[in-house]
Design a protein around this ligand. Sequence first.
Ligand code: SF4
Length: 887
Amino acid sequence: MADPVRTTCPYCGVGCGVLVTAQGDGNFTIKGDPDHPANYGRLCSKGSALGETLSDDGRLLNPVMDGIDVSWDTALDRVASAFTSVIKEHGPDAVAFYVSGQLMTEAYYVANKLMKGFIGSANIDTNSRLCMASSVAGHKRAFGSDTVPGNYEDLEQADMVVLVGSNLAWCHPVLYQRLAQAKKSHGTRIVVIDPRRTASCEIADQHLAIQPGTDVRLFNGLLSHMAEFGSTNDAYVVHHTEGLQDALKAAQSDAPDLNTVAETCGLEPADVLEFFKTFSQTEKVVTVYSQGVNQSSQGTDKVNAIINCHLLTGRIGKLGCGPFSITGQPNAMGGREVGGLANTLAAHMEFDEASVDRVQRFWNAPLAAQKPGLKAVDMFEAMHNGKIKALWVMATNPAVSLPDANRVREALDICPFVAVSDCVSKNDTIAYPDVILPSTTWGDRDGTVTNSERRISRQRPFRTAPGAAREDWHIICDVAARMDHKDAFSFSGPAAIFKEHAKLSAFENNGSRDFDIGGLSTLDDQAYDELNPVLWPNRVAGEKGQERLFANGGYFTANEQARFLAVRYQAPLQKISIDYPLSLNTGRVRDQWHTMTRTGLSPRLAYHRAEPFVEIHPHDASSYGLQERELAVVTSRWGEAVLRVSLNEGQQRGSVFAPIHWSDTNSANAVVGRLVSPVTDVISGQPESKFTPVAVAPFNATWHALVVTRETFKQPIGAYWTTINGKGCTIASIAGTENIEDWQVWAMDHAIQPTTDWLSFSDKASGQHRFAALKNGQLDAAIFISSSSDLPSLDWIQGQFALDVLDDQGRAGLLAGRPAGETFDPGPMVCSCFSVGVNDLRRAISDGQALSIEAIGEVLQAGTNCGSCRPEIQAVLEQELDIEKVV
Ligand code: SF4
């Protein structure tokens, strides 16, 4: 067996180290890297399943122009000439790049250099705008720089960790596991502030289910409380900060007393007081915040309201202390470093005259951009208005992920020239471009990423890129060369780009800017290749990087003092109304990533949440006539989606939750971005994706079908459909309202090819129809139709597909639509690693075999590998044992 390749997980901002070993048969084993400081060997369910996502099926293998495969030269010439002619005719601000936190830092760097230095516009923005732009803006306002002051060890060393708008258990699972372990070893107090009761609440001592968007008032109340009761670090405030009096005055008028805070936030005063007291009295506190804070029309103020509390107590930059923004994407931080956001120039420099001059001289650039460019939502609006006439989308899927996704699709349609570089041949955005460029992806690409704690790690290739796929940095440099900028983009490889990036960070820096990796600017190719994970700032070669910043001040403002910000609560900009009486909260599920182009390839990840859903409190569901497992139409001013109803008492009344992962590529009408309001925070430009007024109503399907086939699912049918990859088959869930005269004809037309070994059952009166096609005794395709949504379990039908030959009992089961005899249905998947369903857990608990997480691990193995399912196992335990909490 070959030596493992050390690389980094391509999903969330935790940035776990991964060891990949080639098996010699084309397969790879995946393990957590025990030496990587982000995860010390752990991986979550998504990371553990990376080996199942390495298929070349669905990869984009050739450049495509106007729908036809072409040579690289032809495609690159077209992109370069389209951009050049638009710039010539309409000026540099008529073109734009929309890039991604999935790109390697090196690709990000050359994209930014091309746009801001050589095209002369700052119209480059990134999908990280949707993820953490408010944190960037809040950091800059308070610290004078976009700096995360602490690192992951602080979560383990803290005595209290507050999770604000962060479902760490699902969105950053390995960090959650580190926190859960810390709680076990020294009893960390954990507070979750989130309108929903999420999986992260399973280890919480207190859950404050605040009204959506009221965080500023809660933290203003905390600031006032600490000032009143003397929980302040006066020396720190005096020596290292400014603006306290204004901030305090604003906080006191905004949150004058406990009752006002409690009423606005929808909490009991006693619960608010408990939070204020424990926060005030605990010296080592980390406040972790994520999209629940950032994705708001007041996201920047929320970030500053949190930071204010840490400045007042001097709890920043010390072991176990600090405000801590966690990024959603694998390289959101790398993008921030190079200047991938339209309002940052490069290397954490802004658009002030001195910085523009410095960067222009460093790049020897003819046309450095002088002012910020268009942020994501504004960029697509400018395209819709005809101002942007050429767009290059890199490694992202804006037709799904941006708010008001219908208008984004119109903008892509209107834009005279669109290029997309991506690794997949099909996604919703790829329906629009004139030119599609095949790029590398995890496993075949080479570069660096930076995680949420400022740690730079290598992503190393371990397999050959398929077809003509090319590295993103290479594609961008090829286009730049064709735009007459060959000399500035003649890099020999990612190591050369990284070195230039490092040199720019140190150029005329002398400690004036936080981002300085000058210590890495002398790496030769071999040292770059062997680079171990390293923190920044890293100013001197050989240093291991700075663990924490700001314990002794040293902020990157003109007077080196941090700024308190005077902030006041402001309600979400869109209001609920009679027409749209509920608020929509959007987010992620445990086992999927972004628009599923990679995680969707893994059957075991698909089973955790197999269909797009809307989560709603049972009382609200009853008010709107919705029932568990039925379908609902969710509408907003901007669009509509049809989603499976999931009742959840942890969902706050008056609001619903829907995940962001489904697209038109794998479902009929489940793009949640179509519903989401395009309202943004005026400072950060980040969309308010956590609050859109919506209405819900039953989708009255008259029939429901489950189709399972070894072939690729033929074509979309029914008003509702969604597909997932099963083990060796495709599974589709479908529903419709039209009258079908002959179900057998319909099945043959749309779903399965008849064979000589054909099973069929039809009962028109009850609306039950079942058909199955077998080849050589093995199940080839099956379809189950019912007038209700009660269809066979995925697990059972998968089991039938795995059999070489179906016996008489199996055939009888197919006709009955359920297992023949005494077969146990494991129910919805909880543990993806060991395929343990919720009914497996319930049986083990009720049999008395397993009454704790540890015992469940021993009996069923569930939760013993990646541990991502442990919060859900905990929840099932609590339900079954009818106890308040088992920690
Ligand atoms: Fe990947 Fe999971 Fe680690 Fe995130 S927590 S980097 S998804 S293994």
